[in-house]
Write a protein that binds this ligand. Structure first.
Ligand code: TYD
Length: 206
């Protein structure tokens, strides 16, 4: 049993979740709480190296199955080196994306892939966040934001249709794991979204 609190942020590309994760981190630190901000893929030196492999290059650089293995390898390293030690030390871990992103981005890419995602998760990860904040936004608005910003590119290249399936998929996940999900309207002004996020986290804090 860890003393800390594990909070993940999820959402489609351009949902604003990274901004919100940063704002929550700043807020908690401002309250004097011991919180760290981390991200996936990445969050440890080895996982950041895998991030560079998996996010750059042509859309067909990796098969969906290889990609799933790379994301899971990155997650395992991140868990071992960053997340679990922080939770054991009683810290609040704020993670920009976690396993729900794999359930969506890899799990939705073909028949039977979600089952593989879940099997590999059980085998190699076996941990869920205490709280997952889903920043929900219209697919078109998210894509426009993501394209305007640039970024690593490989995933944004999947297009509007995929974004829409992803949004619906995240909302379905929130129902599947209703006990740990909080769905927040990402179309609001950033400060209003941040207030909703703070309220959801406050319920879980000691
Ligand atoms: P991220 O840095 O969060 O990008 P953004 O800020 O644009 O949302 O994530 C990079 C990309 O990696 C994003 O398109 C989602 C994808 N991804 C997966 O496909 N599977 C995963 O397991 C994770 C964690 C991310």
């Amino acid at each position: 049993m860890s003393a800390g609190l594990f909070v993940s942020f999820e959402g489609i590309d351009g949902s604003g979740k990274s901004t919100q994760a940063r704002m929550l981190h700043d807020h908690l630190r401002g309250e004097g709480r011991d919180a760290i901000l981390t991200r996936e893929p990445g969050g440890s030196p080895g996982a950041e190296e895998i991030r560079a492999l998996v996010l750059n290059g042509a859309t067909d650089r990796w098969s969906p199955e290889t990609e799933l293995l790379l994301f899971t390898a990155a997650r395992r390293d991140h868990l071992e080196r960053t997340v679990r030690p922080a939770l054991a030390a009683g810290q609040i871990v704020i993670c920009d994306r976690f396993a729900d992103s794999t359930r969506m981005y890899q799990g939705l890419r073909g028949a039977g892939l979600r089952a593989q995602v879940d099997a590999l998760h059980d085998l190699m990860i076996g941990q869920e966040p205490d709280l997952t904040i889903l920043i929900d936004i219209d697919a078109g608005a998210g894509l426009a934001r993501a394209l305007a910003r640039g970024g690593e590119g490989r995933f944004e290249a999947f297009g509007a249709d995929m974004q829409a399936r992803m949004r619906a998929g995240f909302l379905a996940l929130a129902e599947e794991f209703a006990d740990r999900f909080a769905v927040i309207d990402g179309a609001q002004a950033p400060e209003a979204v941040a207030a909703d996020v703070r309220a959801a986290v406050a319920e879980r804090l000691p």
